[in-house]
Design a protein around this ligand. Structure first.
Ligand code: GLU
Length: 418
């Protein structure tokens, strides 16, 4: 284990890219192009706060790569948003859209702010100002934003409206993850969690774990964790622990995901759930269970705590929760880790389905949506799994190998301009 483990998520991306380039024996010139974002936009957004004072928020949009299609990726509101993080998230989106094999590149955006301490009016003014400032760089065939940490359909509606006002007509296909009333899709809200649950179930099959008797723990009880937990529970698995930013709860007898959600909606936290013991986030990660689902933020499973992780499968609902040092330890300890670029790709896959419906002015049933999601997730899982078996590498490297091959093939066919 290295003592100087980097917590810069972009370094994690480059490390994984290099590992995969070595395995694939890629031309260094092509690999070099995958180490730089195409374009970085940094904007300052002045906003009148409710107390009359002006606050200036820094916003980012990093467009990483578009060899395979328009840039695609979410927008995050969080106090820790910074350029290195957004760059890493944009690079991961590039890998993710290629792993799940949809015709997109990768991008990501964010605003450094604490939305939990802002009023809806302040968030709306900030969102609209940000949208206006990036409007010339996004568009249905250029770059299509979506929700990410602490953003949802509400923010997507404001972005769509601001963009549409600027161009003079309604453009639902400029963002995905919208409310149903304005072109959102049935199935999109649960699609990240559903994809995560599907991948986890496929992994259980490989390890001969019966999903009906499996136990799981969820770090980060937000959109992905909540839906992932409910779907796994509907297949018979038992949630024994869950946490949010304020701490966690544990009950070996099982916690009902729906009841925990109701409790969180009432009290704003998971702690205090009747009958469950309070635990810390760190304790949650090392809880003995079959499946651990880190669904919060980056750098949660690191060289420091990886040896104490005591589960059989990790499904990365979050982006970048595991550092490269931790990856090595988990692989040696025979823990099957489903990497973010595969495990949470149901979200962007759902976004793609929404975008297709918007472009065709069509609506699909939830059944159709979920069926298409299932087929594509299972196919992607098996592709990554087989690759990892063939090259004797972990699933992350397997996923990167599939993605980087697809991206570099497209890059070569396009040639280099001028
Ligand atoms: N924010 C999600 C992710 O990290 C979804 C992105 C999208 O749908 O474009 O994959």
């Amino acid at each position: 284990m290295s003592t100087k483990e980097s917590k810069n998520p972009f370094d994690s991306y480059v490390k994984n890219l290099e590992l995969c380039a070595e395995k694939l024996k890629l031309d260094p010139g092509i690999v070099k192009r995958l180490k730089y974002p195409r374009r970085i936009l940094i904007v300052s957004c002045p906003v009148k706060m409710d107390n009359g004072e002006i606050e200036v928020f820094t916003g980012y949009r990093v467009q990483f790569n578009e060899a395979r299609g328009p840039y695609k990726g979410g927008i995050r509101y969080h106090p820790n948003v910074n350029l290195d993080e957004v760059k890493a998230l944009a690079a991961w989106m590039t890998i993710k859209t290629a792993v799940i094999d949809i015709p997109y590149g990768g991008a990501k955006g964010g605003i450094t702010c604490n939305p939990l301490k802002m009023s809806p009016g302040e968030i709306e003014r900030m969102t609209r100002r940000y949208a206006f400032m990036i409007k010339d760089f996004i568009g249905p065939y250029i770059d299509v934003p979506a929700p990410d940490v602490y953003t949802s359909g509400r923010e997507m509606a404001w972005i769509m409206d601001t963009y549409s006002m600027a161009v003079g007509h309604k453009v639902p296909e400029v963002v995905t993850g919208k409310p149903l009333e304005i072109g959102g899709s049935l199935g999109r809200e649960s699609s990240t969690g559903r994809g995560l649950a599907i991948c986890t179930r496929e992994a259980c099959k490989k390890l001969n774990i019966d999903i009906k008797n499996a136990t799981f723990a969820v770090q980060g009880y937000g959109n992905v964790g909540i839906w992932g937990a409910q779907i796994l529970a509907s297949w018979g698995a038992k949630m024994i622990a869950a946490s949010d930013s304020k701490g966690g709860v544990y009950d070996s007898k099982g916690i009902d995901p729906k009841k925990l959600l109701e409790h969180k909606e009432k009290t704003d936290k998971v702690q205090g759930y009747p009958g469950a013991k309070s635990i810390t986030n760190e304790e949650l990660l090392t809880t003995k269970c079959d499946i651990l689902l880190p669904c919060a933020l980056e750098n949660q499973i690191t060289g420091e705590n990886a040896a104490r992780i005591s589960c059989k499968i990790i499904g990365e609902g979050a982006n970048g929760p595991t550092t490269p040092d931790a990856d090595e330890i988990l692989y040696k300890n025979n823990i099957l880790l489903l990497p973010d670029v595969l495990a949470n790709s149901g979200g962007v896959l759902g976004s793609y389905f929404e975008w297709l419906q918007n472009l065709q002015r069509d609506t699909w049933t939830e059944e159709d949506f979920n069926k298409k999601l299932l087929d594509k997730m299972v196919k992607a899982f098996n592709g990554v799994y087989d690759m990892s078996q063939k090259y004797k590498v972990n699933l992350r490297t397997g996923a990167y190998m599939i993605a980087v091959k697809r991206i570099t093939d497209a890059t070569e066919k396009l040639g280099l301009f001028p």
